[in-house]
Design a protein around this ligand. Sequence first.
Ligand SMILES: Cc1ncc(COP(=O)(O)O)c(C=O)c1O
Length: 341
Amino acid sequence: MNLIDLRSDTVTRPTAGMLQAMTRAETGDDVYGEDPTVIRLEARLAEQLGFAAGLFVPSGTMSNLLGLMAHCERGDEYIVGQQAHTYKYEGGGAAVLGSIQPQPLENQADGSLDLRQVVAAIKPDDFHFARTRLLALENTMQGKVLPLDYLAAAKALCRERGLGLHLDGARLFNAAVALGVEAGAISGCFDSVSVCLSKGLGAPVGSVLCGDAALIGRARRWRKMVGGGMRQAGLLAAAGLYALDHQVARLADDHANARRLAEGLQALGYAVEPVQTNMVYVEIGQAAIALRDFAASQGVRLTASPRLRMVTHLDVSAAQVEQVIEVFAGFTQQGGYESSN
Ligand SMILES: Cc1ncc(COP(=O)(O)O)c(C=O)c1O
């Protein structure tokens, strides 16, 4: 059966064109700084996003970790959202490996952090406290796009208070496509940006951290230390370059598919949150496990979460979205939704 996998946009397979680009890649030893394809990818993204330098790393988790460690030293602190990936879903790496204390704040409904709360959380310069050094934002945040004027206000605040500003831009290009702006219009507000190539962009592996030359120099040192230095990584970088050339504009299709999915489920009576990019959140409640199992029997892979997240991507077509809506209709007809809630 041709499975429709909506668990994440990380599940995509490389397209034929991408595989061809990978097999043709020129390679060298990247730890020696000799892989021309990696160098090209790093330079390309850095330039596009308005930074002096970039660093190719195996994952978004490593990219964020190196970014935080390049900004902060032992005993420093970063302010971050309770729901942020860097804080909640990366094993506490900044604290464990970087000795960086997180200061989490509740995310607001639109995914942002209240900047008044950020100001209030900045510690005085006093040896009792960790040194507040950095604000870390995420965009998109659970599929929501942070407004450009909010980013400008966050940048102004960080300048005024002497904080660095880091972006977990795992889905930066989704945000840019949704806003109809160049990615640089978003990244320009930040001192460092981590971009994932293996989410909506569809590459099999890899993220790029961008920043100024000194920051990327420090991150390169940490990358080696945590085992992220790769050798003939041009094979993977070629996939990233292909994704940037061919698979950015099409993110608009994922967003349209997500909107259609949301509309279809809403029409069936499901409680669906407003959709901005490629993520659809539905309140499923106690029916989550029954729905996951029913959907699996119909060829649709879902997680079993009461606040169910479904993610559209390269490997989900508009026709498959209609199939998914039918599966939900079948679940409703069976009484699965009402009976479990
Ligand atoms: C917002 C966000 N940041 C960072 C990451 C980490 O990326 P990786 O899985 O490549 O470590 C993810 C992964 O899903 C993510 O959703």
